[in-house]
Design a protein around this ligand. Structure first.
Ligand code: AKB
Length: 339
């Protein structure tokens, strides 16, 4: 008999760490973790099995289909926005073809189980694209359908994969005779703001200046912030990101009125970040040295997100607002970590 599992790709990434820690404590379904990098030992202990492998390896995915009954896939593996700009075609291959491989795998599993596999996909504010800062500031909160003109390869990949998810869940092989593949994948997607974890530091993103400022200050290292002080983006702390993933996974299908949902918590400027950090670490040496190109990417992303659909459909609300995030999660945990 095949063993029932939850599959997590990109398990060694920031969201992977938060999600594995949460599910290990709160779910009885064993975790099958996959990553191209070795998984940290503390995380490996929480999983039923870790596979060091690539989402591009179709033979490996085929073997997993044969071996496991996968009820939910959290597909977290991705090349983030800054890194993707250095090699856009490679990013496209991993972000898009990798997602395609997993969607195909989810179809096979769903057919075999005769039950749609849940496919939980984190998209991003990078799916948006404003031509100018004044339009960004005038727009304020954007909903899921506005300003979807990404300027980065990563953003294009995320937006396209949202559409691929819609295609695989509603229209896959629509002209094939016999079995209609309709409803064979239960695709559910979140558009995340910048995420901040107290336990891990991001790599390769463009919203990284927020978490980097904090972690550098706590570690006693100088930090050059690569955006202007007035730069504004929506952010959320990792416990809320994990909460939203799990709430969306647990929502009844009938309650969902859309496939893609914005979620967010607070929208600080880089100067706000600086103020919180200096209050906690008065000796921190942080300077603003904007990088024109990375600044342009951040300027193209929205200042705030309208997450009212998530709030209405599956009772989303963050546990941590700005003050709670800094005072009761980030600062105390990071301080302890670097002690
Ligand atoms: C990045 O900066 O690329 C990510 C994101 C906003 O999705 N953190």
């Amino acid at each position: 008999m095949r063993k029932e599992v939850i599959l997590i790709t990109g398990a060694n990434g920031e969201i992977g760490h938060g999600l594995i820690s949460f599910l290990a404590q709160n779910s009885s379904t064993p975790i099958l973790a996959l990553d191209i990098q070795p998984l940290d030992e503390a995380m490996t202990k929480l999983c039923s099995r870790f596979i060091l492998g690539d989402i591009m390896d179709q033979m490996l995915l085929g073997r997993l289909v044969g071996e496991y009954e996968i009820t939910t896939i959290y597909h977290l593996a991705s090349i983030l926005s800054t890194k993707a700009e250095y090699n856009p075609e490679t990013a496209h291959r991993i972000n898009v073809e990798g997602t395609l491989n997993l969607l195909r795998m989810a179809v096979e599993q769903s057919q075999w189980q005769n039950n749609p596999v849940k496919f939980i996909y984190p998209s991003s504010i990078a799916a948006y694209g404003f031509p100018t800062v004044s339009e960004k500031m005038a727009a304020g909160k954007v909903n899921e359908d506005q300003w979807c003109f990404p300027t980065t390869m990563y953003g294009c990949n995320k937006l396209y994969c949202e559409h691929l998810g819609r295609y695989y869940s509603r229209h896959y092989k629509q002209l094939a005779s016999g079995d209609t593949y309709e409803n064979h994948v239960d695709f559910r997607c979140l558009r995340f703001p910048g995420l901040i974890s107290a336990f891990t530091t991001p790599t390769g993103g463009t919203s990284d200046y927020g978490p980097e400022m904090l972690h550098h200050a706590a570690a006693g290292e100088d930090y050059k912030c690569f955006v202007r002080p007035d730069t504004i983006l929506p952010f959320m702390v990792m416990p809320d990101a994990v909460k939203s993933l799990v709430l969306l996974e647990n929502a009844t299908r009938e309650s969902l009125t859309q496939l893609v949902y914005n979620v967010t918590s607070f929208s600080p400027t880089a100067q706000d970040f600086h103020n919180y950090v200096l209050k906690a670490f008065p000796n921190a040496n942080i300077t603003f040295v904007p990088d024109k190109k990375r600044q342009a990417i951040v300027d193209s992303w929205p200042a705030d997100l309208d997450d009212s659909a998530a709030r209405a459909d599956w009772m989303w609300s963050p546990d941590f607002d700005e003050a709670e995030s800094f005072n009761n999660y980030l600062i105390p945990v990071i301080r302890e970590r670097y002690k």
